[in-house]
Design a protein around this ligand. Structure first.
Ligand code: TYM
Length: 334
């Protein structure tokens, strides 16, 4: 049914409560592709274990991430929504691609350097080879387009390099994917340090707005957001705090930055921050309500997961057997 369509793939780690960075930079853009493309949206639990996870929490967050996909407008009848570990070809192709990815390339990944610094007692091999597993996720489905935030650009470029390298050695095997990075919202920054990206693992709760935070929490966090000196509400490199808030406002209201600047011209920072907080809370209210409804129906979530795994498996198997043939693996004749 999907064979004539081009493919979109993206993934989110169930490694923490998702933030408005995940939402504005990635998830809320996903549904726009559903009609034109065959879309695979994956809960990448195998990536999550590169950092130590509590098993019960990982399990719960896997369901929650799937429910959030749907609450953000992804219809499981129109998109393949699934969990990475349910489709064994991810690990299988991940291993093969490890053998076509250079140590030097992986050593240059900024996410590896950042995460190694943050988890100095657990710099495991999976953290290092994370990008070749991510390449496997993408290449397994012959993906054309990968919607992600800017922090994934480097990984995506490596996935392209790996695909090109493999194709050069063995002939056309993989589609070489393109990134789709939104113009607005590709890097939502921390509310406490607007020079850093907002991260779901930040331990300072005031820095991070979660998709499922209550309206009161959202407004309180925006009220406490760090701003910049002088009172002008304009978008500028010298004003990272105000620029971040203007970006968030523009994303959730679908207004341009220039329109937002005009709207807030002459207003004090306190009123401005309150207005941004309210706009975000209003935008997220329907997502929260739908999420609660879905989480109450575990049987439906499980059926969705199973259906997604079957769909993904069928297509992943095709690429994997092509790869095995190309590299010279044998297949058992039963
Ligand atoms: P993850 O789980 O860290 O983030 C999920 C998505 O959210 C985007 N994002 C942001 N966008 C804007 N501002 C932010 N502050 C912000 N923080 C996160 C990320 O860019 C991402 O699009 N490696 C990926 C998961 C992954 C994947 C894949 C993605 C695994 N395999 C294959 C695409 C294709 C990750 O850690 O995302």
């Amino acid at each position: 049914m999907y064979n004539d369509k081009k493919v979109v793939f993206s993934g989110v780690q169930p490694s923490g409560n998702l933030t408005i960075g995940n939402y504005l930079g990635a998830i809320r853009n996903f549904s726009a592709f559903s009609n034109e493309y065959h879309c695979y949206y994956c809960v990448v639990d195998m990536h999550a274990i590169t950092v130590r996870q509590n098993p019960a929490e990982l399990r719960r967050r896997t369901y929650e991430t799937l429910a959030l996909y749907m609450a953000c407008g992804l219809d499981p009848e129109k998109n393949t929504l699934f969990v990475q570990s349910h489709v064994p070809q991810h690990a299988e192709l991940g291993w093969v691609l490890d053998c076509y990815t250079m140590f030097g390339e992986l050593s240059r990944m900024t996410q590896f350097k950042d995460k190694s610094a943050k988890n100095a007692d657990n710099i495991n091999a999976g953290l290092f080879t994370y990008p070749s597993l991510m390449a496997a996720d993408i290449l397994l489905y012959q993906t054309e387009l990968v919607p992600v935030g800017i922090d994934q650009k480097q990984h995506l470029e490596l996935a392209r390099d790996i695909a090109n390298r493999f194709n050069q050695i063995y002939g056309e095997t993989f589609v070489v994917p393109e990134g789709f990075i939104p113009k607005e919202g590709a890097k939502i920054c921390s509310l406490q340090d607007p020079t850093k990206k907002m991260s779901k693992s930040d331990t300072n709760e005031n820095a991070v707005v979660r998709i499922l935070d209550s309206k009161d929490d959202i407004i309180r966090k925006f009220k406490r957001a760090v701003t910049d000196s002088n009172n002008e509400i304009i978008f500028s490199l010298e004003k990272p705090g105000i620029s971040n808030l203007l970006t968030i406002y523009s994303c959730v209201t679908d207004k341009t930055i220039a329109e937002a600047e005009r709207e807030f011209a002459g207003m004090g920072y306190g009123d401005f921050k309150l207005a941004v907080g309210e706009a975000v809370a209003d935008n997220l209210a329907p997502v929260r309500a739908e999420f609660a409804r879905l989480m109450a129906d575990k049987a439906y979530l499980e059926a969705t997961m199973a259906k997604g795994a079957d769909e993904a498996f069928r297509n992943a198997r095709r690429t994997m057997s092509k790869v095995k043939r190309k590299i010279g693996f044998t297949e058992p004749k039963h």
